[in-house]
Ligand binder design. Sequence first.
Ligand code: 8YV
Length: 314
Amino acid sequence: MNTKDIDVMVISPLPEKMLAELGELFTLHNYWLASDKASFLEKTAKSIKGVVTRSHLGIDAQMINSLPSLEVISIFGVGLDAVDLNAARERNIIVAHTPRVLSECVADTALGLMLNVSRRFSLADRFSRSGDWLKAPFPAATRMHGKICGIAGLGHVGHAVATRAQAFGMPIHYFDPYLQDDHFKRYPTLTELARSCDFLVLTLPGGADTFRIVDSNVLNALGNTGFLINVARGSIVDTEALIAALKNNVISGAGLDVFEDEPNIPAPLCQFDNVVLLPHLASNTVETRQEMADLAVNNIRGYFESGEVLTPAR
Ligand code: 8YV
């Protein structure tokens, strides 16, 4: 089926190859490139039938409602927290995203952060480069294997973290309000999970239900031998509470791939030697980004060719 006369708007930058593929399939309108967004919308809004956007930028109700012909939103990414799903539902607009294809890479990153904060690899790298090794040996760090891995959110990513942590001999404890897996020890609250574990790994979805649920109570429960790992969304953690906890040695350290106001990282976080900071790279490998791109393109193509997307948001 020829889809070339269908108008599709791209809201955020996308991988070059993916953009080229979309450009071959549809008439593309690159909102993200427009310097005057208002006049761009005035000219194009009426005819736009499909939107492609990245998960952490999403699409809000105002934008959805400014596109009267919109039928489908394809998200490059799994997170739905930045998409106004209610506004889409009200108009029967289909929303698709890219679950599963990125779970393994995100879990790899979680394990990398766990090892890095406990064994202090980033700090040791700075220590080695600076010549400090010539002055004194690097101090002993904390063992990871055998410690308790607490997973908040036992979806695909949470399970992939569990598989890896088990290979390190780590018992798995978890908190998930909806999902259950009897192989692992379940806790009814996040605070109880934090109290029980050595590494608290966040793999929950972002959004109103999880907004800043990692607060000072949870951090106190994690305690001064515990590490916080966030590969989910910055919004899940109360950043001020985390900074205070690090300042007062309430927790032992943190490994963070995501932040409340990305790409802005609060300056105090950069001061701590027991914190490892990453620029939201968990899914960012060549292979996984290609699989995400293929799925996001096939979702929007599938919708216009057969009326169905492969991986709808539920
Ligand atoms: C990306 C993500 O960094 O899929 C998600 O929800 O957060 C990541 O994979 C990115 O937003 C992809 O667009």
